[in-house]
Design a binder for this molecule. Structure first.
Ligand SMILES: NC(=O)c1ccc[n+]([C@@H]2O[C@H](COP(=O)([O-])OP(=O)(O)OC[C@H]3O[C@@H](n4cnc5c(N)ncnc54)[C@H](O)[C@@H]3O)[C@@H](O)[C@H]2O)c1
Ligand SMILES: O=P(O)(O)OC[C@H](O)CO
Length: 311
């Protein structure tokens, strides 16, 4: 890329799990000054972010608020850009990661990074694309240039909540699709499940104030396809394992890393109950995970709903 060498930045990545490690490898490719912080680091978070132009959070949902609260008390460079790469919803508040970041640290530009990005493929150097979304165009462009490389194509977008929700809500659907594949229900069923799920993702997105068209892009349909078509996805693995007869607890214990869709399903259904948003696939996933119904009952329940127009 012709514009990569002109302006090296100091970048801090928070979190060294699967996603933090993949983002670290991408930043290293472009030779920015990189600092990685995790709870195991021998230095403080304050030290790790001192003088950083860009601070990228790749922790799982349960760590977002505590990290943002810590950073709230730390002196950052005035122009420092915050980047949220987490895909989840907070249990108590129902907030997205970017809503938490924005409310706690409102004086810094915030960028959401999300797309069809299975970390193992990125670590293997395979080509991928992602989206960096912000209300601040300059901030989005800065992050675009920090990450873009020959193997990683980065698009900007001005709908951060839409980009974030695409990545978050597809995790619930990937559990359903993993179960569909685990039961060997076939390609017709899988295609119907993915397509109808996109409609329900858009319904939720509109409630959060997202632009519907965002969900047709990389961070919406793109990520839905990646996650529902790959057994590298931890969420897909959870659904598949349940269809093979494993309990939720065993399925979670057997996967490497975090399947955010399990918690997201519960938070999402709480929001949709309150706001009367129709999310049948996510609701059946939630009931299945809670042990209220069997997988067979979930399939029957989805198929036997009242007939209706497609739109
Ligand atoms: N792995 C992927 O392919 C991928 C791709 C895109 C987005 N994501 C998203 O990125 C997030 C992280 O996923 P992951 O795959 O790296 O999970 P992971 O389980 O591998 O790692 C989670 C990281 O969060 C850290 N963490 C959790 N709670 C913390 C706290 N209280 N304080 C500090 N750190 C804390 C853990 O120490 C760990 O480093 C998730 O929201 C996931 O949906 C993952
Ligand atoms: O492994 P999963 O299911 O968390 O999915 C990883 C990424 O979100 C895919 O884009």
């Amino acid at each position: 890329m012709q514009n990569m060498r002109s302006d090296l930045k100091k970048v801090t990545i928070i979190g060294s799990g699967a996603w933090g490690s993949a983002l670290t490898s991408l930043v290293k490719t472009n030779q920015h000054h990189l600092q990685v912080w995790s709870r195991q680091s021998p230095y403080s978070l304050a030290e790790a972010v001192a003088d950083s132009d860009a601070i990228i959070s790749a922790v799982s949902m349960k760590g977002v608020r505590v990290i943002a609260e810590t950073l709230q008390t730390v002196k950052l460079l005035p122009h420092a850009v915050l980047v949220s790469a987490t895909k989840g919803l907070e249990t108590i508040t129902g907030q997205t990661p970017s809503q938490i970041w924005q409310s706690l640290i409102p004086d810094h530009p915030l960028v959401v990074l999300s797309g069809p990005n299975l970390s193992e493929e990125i670590m293997a150097g395979k080509p991928a694309a992602t989206v960096v979304a912000s209300k601040d165009e300059n901030a989005a462009q800065l992050i675009q240039h920090i990450f873009a490389s020959r193997n990683f194509r980065v698009y900007t977008n001005s709908d951060p909540v839409g980009v974030e929700l695409g990545g978050t809500l597809k995790n619930v659907i990937a559990i359903a699709v993993g179960a569909c594949d685990g039961l060997n229900l076939g390609t017709n069923a899988k295609s119907a499940l993915i397509t109808r799920s996109l409609i329900e993702i858009i319904r939720v997105g509109v409630y959060f104030g997202a632009q519907p068209e965002t969900f047709w892009g990389l961070s919406g349909l793109g990520d839905l396809l990646a996650t529902c078509n790959s057994n590298l996805s931890r969420n897909y693995q959870v659904g598949y394992a349940i269809a093979q007869g494993q309990s939720l607890e065993t399925a979670i214990a057997n996967i490497h890393g975090t399947a955010e869709g399990v918690n997201t399903a519960s938070v999402l259904v709480g929001i949709c109950d309150r706001e009367k948003i129709y999310v049948p696939v996510s609701r059946y996933v939630h009931r299945l995970l809670k042990g209220e119904i069997t997988l067979q009952q979930a399939v029957e329940g989805l198929m036997e709903r009242d007939l209706k127009p497609e739109n």
